[in-house]
Design a protein around this ligand. Structure first.
Ligand code: SAM
Length: 345
């Protein structure tokens, strides 16, 4: 029987209960990609012509998704985050949220979205049980937005953010990726804009997950650089690490608070040791890490009549195999075949 020692924890495979891995980490946060399609074409994510989308027949139906999410919840998941692709493109999204909200124990429900079209559905999503949103917005300059996303939709995103706040999907968080020569000189403008509107901003280091495989660490804008740029305009005071838990962002009070800004150093200071995430793709594959080279197929057994216990066994097996770290920067690291848009960011 496998037995692994990490600090004070010893976990034996035969002892495992719930979604635990060999290093004693437990999955609590499930990211569900509900579609791989997107209505933006961010240059760092996918090519202008889009990608070969998953055939509909391969995507899990709402009923299938709810069954699998229910199993995750039964095994200890307490937060479900809907993502994509662009989750708002799934027509049944409101029903899906309602279904997740009726699971017991009820998980917290969050969504990561580009905000296009959110204005129209924010109220219905909140009424169905959505608790919070993260809206991805890398720039507040209209021309840069159009160049970066290859779509002229900044106004829609702004309207979506306002609607989210009005619907009580708070705190409304904004996620931004800084890219050299694209928007890195204006990171302070994005923070100023968010502070004025009461949105909580988090910068995320760009990761090797683009469909084009063009990521280059040398070009990456690091968390330290972002902090230096912001520090030219504000005093950033780090919040104690104990407040962080499994949250990926290092958070700072801005000019003494109460407003904060987060910086997620996924590449330069990975937080894998505290990771509590697991992922389900729209086509029913479970991944224990964004950077996994393998995944566990749930769709086939699901459609062949597997029992709940059999499916739970597969979920637990996938979690058990989670590696200690993502390994970016280590010899032998290779980018996963699936791009971010298909895994679910
Ligand atoms: N369409 C939704 C959205 O825009 O939020 C959800 C999917 S999108 C893939 C989720 C997040 O991943 C976005 O905030 C996006 O900026 C981020 N993202 C995409 N590619 C990335 C990369 N290579 N490194 C870091 N973040 C990335």
């Amino acid at each position: 029987m496998t037995s692994v020692h990490v600090g004070p924890i010893t976990v034996r495979q035969g002892d495992r209960v719930g979604l635990v891995d060999q290093f004693g980490r437990r999955a609590r946060d499930l990211r569900v990609s509900v579609t791989d399609r997107c209505n933006l074409r961010c240059t760092y994510c996918m090519p202008a012509e889009g990608l070969p989308w998953m055939p509909r027949s391969e995507m899990l139906t709402d009923e299938e998704l709810l069954r699998v999410i229910g199993l995750f919840v039964r095994d200890g998941v307490t937060q479900v985050r809907l993502t994509g692709g662009e989750p708002l493109l799934r027509r049944s999204l409101v029903d899906l949220v309602q279904g997740i909200a009726s699971l017991r124990p009820r998980p917290r429900i969050a969504m990561t979205t580009n905000g296009v079209g959110l204005e129209r559905v924010a109220g219905a999503l909140a009424a169905a049980g959505l608790d919070r949103v993260n809206v991805s917005l890398d720039t507040i300059d209209a021309d840069t937005f159009t160049t970066l996303t290859r779509r002229d939709r900044l106004g829609d995103v702004e309207a979506g953010l306002r609607a989210a706040a009005e619907a009580g999907l708070t705190p409304v968080k904004v996620n931004a990726v800084a890219m050299r020569g694209v928007n890195d000189d204006a990171v302070a403008d994005v923070l100023a804009w968010c502070l004025e509107r009461g949105y909580e901003l988090r910068f995320i280091e760009q990761m090797p997950l683009d469909a084009q495989h063009a990521w280059d660490r040398v070009d990456m804008v690091t968390a330290d650089e972002i902090r230096d740029r912001l520090s030219q305009r504000w005093t950033l005071t780090p919040l104690p690490a104990t407040d962080r838990g499994s949250a990926p962002a290092e958070r700072f009070l801005v000019d003494g608070g109460p407003a904060t800004v987060g910086i997620i150093a996924s590449v330069t200071a990975p937080f894998c040791a505290a990771c509590d995430r697991t992922r389900l793709t729209a086509d029913g594959q479970v991944r224990n890490c964004l950077f996994s080279q393998t995944e566990t197929d749930l769709r086939t057994p699901l459609r062949e009549g597997a029992t709940d216990d059999e499916l739970l066994g597969l979920l637990r097996g996938e979690m058990w195999r989670k590696r200690a770290g993502h390994g970016i920067g280590e010899p032998g690291f290779t980018q996963p075949e699936r791009p971010m848009s298909s895994i679910g960011g």
